[in-house]
Write a protein that binds this ligand. Structure first.
Ligand code: ZN
Length: 150
């Protein structure tokens, strides 16, 4: 097992077991629902905004280990970031996770997100890993329609 692969499993197991910022937020400024029909993952993302800055963020719902840990890691990365920074990080994450399995990871840009590089080996899981991010993007756009990965 490669080093990245071991790290990937460790982080995903940890965040799945003890998700960070998990639970309903009272009185959020923005929120959106996301659903991945392929796997049954279903999450709501809540945001408290200070102008363009994400002041606080929570998520709620249920899903597989990859979707839940990805949502959890996302919430740990984005507090204090602006909308634009959050969307830029999502774009980088999406590029990474849809890249060839063997292509090198930009570890500096991705930071903690690099552990999800292991998901590239399981294409069916890509929607699990990106669901929370799609839901976040929808919330930031103030879109009330539920997000579906289909
Ligand atoms: Zn899933």
């Amino acid at each position: 097992m490669s080093k990245n692969r071991a790290l990937y499993e460790q982080v995903i197991l940890d965040h799945n077991k003890s998700p960070r910022n998990y639970g309903v937020m009272d009185d959020p400024d923005l929120h959106a629902d996301g659903y991945n029909a392929l796997c049954g993952d279903q999450f709501t993302v809540y945001l408290k905004m200070d102008g363009d800055v994400i002041e606080d963020m929570r998520f709620d719902g249920s899903g597989c280990a990859i979707s839940k840990s990805s949502a959890s890691v996302m919430t740990t990365l984005l507090k204090g970031k602006t909308k634009d920074e959050a969307q830029a990080l999502f774009a980088q994450f999406k590029d990474m996770i849809t890249s060839e399995v063997d292509s090198p990871l930009d570890e500096e840009a991705l930071g903690k997100l690099k552990v999800f590089g292991g998901v590239r080996e399981y294409p069916v899981r890509i929607k699990c890993a990106t669901l929370a991010w799609h839901t976040l993007a929808s919330a930031l756009e103030g879109d009330d329609e539920a997000v579906s990965t289909e």
